[in-house]
Design a protein around this ligand. Structure first.
Ligand code: ADP
Ligand code: MG
Length: 630
């Protein structure tokens, strides 16, 4: 062991799976390996710069942090090296040989089988390192952790199939050198101009210098030159930056291959100074799909150009977790910890600024580019809605950004704003009417909105799972209260004549209501005359503070205990079915009819019947019953 402590170790099963895929399936967009390896080298430099804050000795040599990309046409190798943090033996095993990190499995789950798509995904899951095996059939990594002795270097090598070798090596400099032995047919990456163009492409927005050998007689010479800008993009002034620069930086930052939808770049000067560069992605990045509210990332905190940590959770509220970007503070202490960030006053100001800028950006997009805003809303609308509950301070602004389907339009598209709605309110209409239901169709065809529709009053139709919860927090907009049309009594403004007519109808219907109560017993909490129906015979209505029936079902399915709430059956006494009920002298047939009215209302509302077989029998009995004479 001591003589030759190099050992062969197996990759964990899932790593092998990823490697197999990488080598066999991800053959398009091969060049992403350069992006991934350069990005790792840059991360390593960032980490060292951060570590050196607490331990300045780590960078005492004074060498500038940077990355080199060399190639050797004779040996057919490509070499990428950095003088960043490096790794210990344990770190190599942990970071490269195992799946202690959750990304590997998520990556496997996210694969679509479309090689083109999948190979671009690799960097979003923390498995970017393995992309080396797309072009190389042998990869050698030599590394030395900053602060470790030359004899404590580590040499790792593998052909990417099943196992890797790991052992000691003496290494004079800290940092990491990765040597790729290119597969046959990958000579493209040895062509000086092609390689240089790719390295430039993927390093343009890396904040450390990337050096490559100058060409001498078409071969790599000894002298190096820097091929990128090596300046943090957000420190440059807006007027110097083009859209392409912002888009390129976004891709480097996120490993997303789509352009961002919108961005905002601001320098704030005052009691404290900081720079924000915030992006709204076009589609949910894969990490955002897989990680929920608890595992947020994507907003990087820098302090005076030094990368400190991903601080999404500290710098953004959860409902803006789709935002990606950079915050660079001039005033926070370099030795901040997560704990300090939690309660720091400067941080809470930055957080408010990030929130405000993001909402400004979304408002602007909504106003100036409605179709692009609609794209955004499709991807992230339900996340944004959480802000109604979460961010009381900005509730009105967020409400203004919401989009709804409504009875004003023929299809389910969510593009009605609350301002649109208020602009169309009828004279005398006090409230904003809405209905939550299981689907748009269930809401659109619900009996509960008939009377409103007949009077030309618009109803917002909500069918996302989160809607009912959100509406519990949204009680008014621009002074107009919200009213759920399926709950409580509808309080439409009435003219005197209408009021009298109603009172007369109530008196007349009293015996009918009594009889129905007798037929239905405790299946309902009450029966009353409806003022919301015009065409349907009956519908179910809840008390104003009850949870809607479809939400109750969702909660129950998810295993939550839901308090019992019995709806009220509202009837339309002018409907022929109720005439028929009133005129039915056979008591058991009358009960059948009454139960059928209730069950119809349940079905229309999307409920599962308690006893579907009994329902079918009831229908058949009635279908076969002699039709009462005229
Ligand atoms: P990610 O960069 O998203 O974490 P990768 O698969 O690209 O995923 O890299 C895995 C890990 O390997 C990194 O998180 C890092 O800890 C380590 N690593 C890779 N390359 C280097 C390097 N050049 N220097 C130091 N550590 C590295
Ligand atoms: Mg990486």
């Amino acid at each position: 062991m001591i003589e030759n402590p190099t050992e062969a170790r197996p990759f964990e099963a899932e790593v092998s799976q990823v490697l197999h895929l990488v080598t066999h399936a991800l053959y398009s967009h091969k060049e992403v390996f350069l992006r991934e390896l350069i990005s790792n080298a840059s991360d390593a430099c960032d980490k060292l710069r951060f570590a050196a804050i607490a331990e300045p000795a780590l960078t005492a040599d004074g060498n500038e942090l940077g990355i080199e990309v060399r190639w050797n046409p004779d040996a057919r190798t490509l070499v990428i090296s950095d003088n960043g943090i490096g790794m210990s033996r344990e770190e190599v095993i942990e970071n490269i040989g195992t799946i202690a990190r959750s990304g590997t499995r998520k990556f496997l789950e996210a694969l679509s089988g479309d090689a083109r798509q999948d190979s671009r995904l690799i960097g979003q899951f923390g498995v970017g390192f393995y992309s080396a095996f797309v072009v190389a059939d042998r990869v050698v990594l030599e590394t030395r952790r900053a602060g470790a002795a030359p004899a404590d270097g580590v040499r790792w090598s593998s052909d990417g199939i099943g196992t890797y070798d790991i052992g000691p090596v003496t290494r004079d400099a800290r940092g990491t050198t990765l040597t790729l032995h290119l597969k046959d047919g990958e000579d493209e990456f040895l062509e000086p101009w092609r390689l240089r163009e790719l390295v430039k492409k993927y390093s343009e927005h890396i904040g450390f210098p990337i050096r490559m050998p100058k060409l001498v007689d078409g071969k790599p010479g000894d002298e190096l030159e820097t091929v990128n800008h090596a300046a943090a993009l957000w420190t440059q002034s807006k007027s110097e930056l083009k859209d392409e620069d912002y888009k390129g930086f976004y891709k480097t930052l996120t490993h997303d291959f789509n352009d961002p939808l919108a961005w905002t770049h601001n320098r704030v000067e005052g009691k404290q100074s900081f720079t924000l560069l915030l992006y709204v992605p076009e589609k949910p990045p894969f990490d955002a799909i897989f990680s929920g509210r608890d595992e947020r990332k994507g907003l990087k905190l820098y302090i005076r150009r030094v990368f400190i940590m991903d601080a999404s959770e500290q710098l953004l509220p959860a409902y803006l977790r789709f935002v990606r970007g950079v915050v660079d503070s001039d005033d926070l202490p370099l030795n901040v910890s997560r704990e300090i960030l939690q309660e720091n006053r400067l941080v809470s100001q930055i957080r408010s600024a990030c929130t405000k800028r993001t909402l400004d950006l979304l408002s602007k997009l909504a106003k100036e580019e409605a179709p692009r805003y609609a794209d955004f809303y499709r991807s992230f609308g339900n996340v944004l809605k959480e802000g109604i509950a979460e961010d009381t301070e900005n509730r009105d602004r967020i409400a203004g950004l919401l989009r709804f389907a409504s009875t004003h339009q023929a299809n389910a598209t969510q593009n009605v704003t609350l301002e649109d709605y208020i602009g169309r309110m009828q004279a005398g209409q006090e409230a904003i009417y809405y209905l939550t239901a299981e689907s748009w169709a269930a809401a659109r065809h619900s009996a509960q909105i008939e009377a409103l529709a007949a009077r030309g009053i618009e109803v917002l139709l909500m069918s996302e799972r989160i809607d009912e919860w959100v509406m519990g927090y949204l009680t008014e907009f621009q002074g107009k209260p919200f009213r759920h049309v399926g709950k409580g009594e509808l309080d439409l403004p009435l003219e005197a004549a209408e009021k009298e007519r109603r009172e007369a109808a109530e008196r007349e219907a009293a015996p009918l209501l009594e009889r129905l109560k007798g037929s239905l017993g405790d299946r309902v909490s009450g029966v009353r005359l409806s003022h919301r129906l015009t065409e349907s015979p009956a519908c179910l209505v809840l008390e104003a503070h009850d949870m809607a029936l479809h939400t109750r079902r969702l909660m129950a399915e998810a295993g939550h205990a839901v308090p019992a709430a019995k709806p009220v059956l509202e009837i339309n006494a002018t409907h022929p079915l109720l005439h028929r009920y009133a005129g039915e002298s056979d008591a058991s047939r009358a009960d059948d009819l009454a139960l059928l009215l209730l069950e119809q209302a349940e079905v229309a509302e999307g409920a599962q019947l308690e006893d579907p077989a009994a329902f079918v029998k009831r229908i058949n009995r009635l279908l076969l019953a002699p039709v009462p004479g005229p």
